[in-house]
Design a protein around this ligand. Structure first.
Ligand code: CP3
Length: 345
């Protein structure tokens, strides 16, 4: 069995306290970096980039070279599972992802037992190559979308434009929604296990669209499936910590913090550091919270928000990150000064 990674990042997820928190940023590899834009152009399309292990490894490493982050996150996308299921997927500039929507229970049932790992094998090759290229003191994070968030894209054929329609569907056609969630839960377990087998030191699950659901629905489509995924991963990969990032759910984040096998919760920018420190830090390790738009803006407002976070989590293990991904208009030098401030340099 692969031995546990000893990076500052993984040790923090094991609740070890350090002088300065480890730092990485969601969407740290992306369009705000000129070197990313160059490799992306070379690849021709976003999907080509995701499925080319040499180029995907290169963009995964770019932010580590530039900022010396404590962790790299594998360059891929949460929509690669629907793609591997055979849904036509494309990324149009300015429009976001577009994919074939699924409309019927029979379409969902056809996904049962489908082998997605063959199509996704270039991602595992990227994990192997990146782990080989990374220094031992840096961690490599694998990831997937949570079943509900991936389902919203599959149901809507892209970013969810009418959340009320799908919330209504969870009542009207529970079997359809729940079957889709169950299929995605099993595929996500397989996909994350394969990333861990390839060398991922930690795994993060993004539930970007968990917000706005009433508690019983949230429990059925998000908390329960994530509980199942965490339990399955704990069984086969007990030394690979799992981070859950449910976005937009406020105090309900407490339910995720308590999930067995959840090493850390990611928090978005709507929760105050003091509330998070008081209510979540006693239960689990906390990651993130800073509004990415403050990094885009920079200056004294950014510095003040970072100081507040550092002070709030001074006495507990904490992973520095954002409350959502960096935006493409972020000046790279703002990220450099953020890293310096977090490290007390
Ligand atoms: O640096 C990293 O964080 C690693 C790579 C990563 C990407 N997507 C690359 C990407 C990760 C972890 C994701 C996760 C992801 N993808 C999420 C969950 C996190 C979140 O943002 O809420 C979601 C919802 C997606 C789906 C997705 N992929 C959308 C909605 C879009 C279009 C929006 C946009 O930013 O353009 C993507 C495309 C995408 N995924 C880009 C990148 C760098 C931009 C594509 C490009 O270069 O043209």
């Amino acid at each position: 069995m692969q031995s546990a990674n000893q990076s500052l990042f993984v040790r923090t997820l094991r609740r070890e306290k350090s002088k300065s928190p480890p730092i990485w940023l969601m969407r740290q590899a992306g369009r705000y970096l000129p070197e990313y834009r160059k490799t992306r152009e070379q690849a021709g399309s976003f999907l080509n980039l995701c499925f080319d292990p040499e180029l995907a490894t290169e963009v995964t490493l770019q932010p580590i070279r530039r900022y010396d982050f404590d962790a790299a996150i594998i360059f891929a996308d949460i929509l690669l599972i629907p793609y591997a299921l055979g849904l036509n997927l494309r990324f149009e500039t300015g429009e976001g992802p577009v994919l074939d929507p699924i409309r019927s229970l029979s379409a969902v049932e056809a996904f049962h037992g489908k082998n997605v790992l063959d199509v996704l094998s270039p991602v595992f090759e990227t994990v192997v190559r990146t782990r080989r290229a990374l220094p031992a003191d840096k961690a490599l994070i694998g990831f997937a979308g949570a079943p509900w968030t991936v389902a919203t894209y599959m149901l809507s054929g892209g970013a969810m434009k009418d959340p009320a329609a799908w919330r209504r569907k969870t009542y009207e056609d529970e079997i359809f929604i729940q079957t889709l969630i169950d299929v995605l839960t099993d595929l996500t377990i397989e996909y994350l296990r394969a990333q861990a087998n390839a060398g991922a030191d930690a795994l993060q699950i993004f539930d970007s669209w968990a917000g706005g659901l009433p508690e019983p629905v949230l429990d059925a489509v998000s908390v329960k499936p994530l509980t199942k995924i965490c339990a399955a991963l704990k069984k086969t990969h007990p030394h690979v910590p799992v981070i859950l990032f449910p976005k937009g759910i406020g105090a309900a984040t407490q339910a995720y913090a308590k999930i067995e096998g959840c090493a850390a919760v990611g928090v978005d920018y709507s929760l105050t550091p003091s509330w998070v420190r008081e209510n979540l830090s006693p239960v689990t390790v906390v990651q993130g919270g800073l509004d990415p738009l403050l990094v885009a803006v920079g200056g004294p407002k950014l510095e003040a928000a970072v100081s507040e976070i550092l002070l709030t989590y001074e006495d507990v293990p904490y992973v520095f990150n954002l409350g959502h991904g960096l935006t493409p208009d972020t000046p790279p030098e703002h990220v450099a000064s953020l890293v310096k401030q977090v490290r007390g340099e």
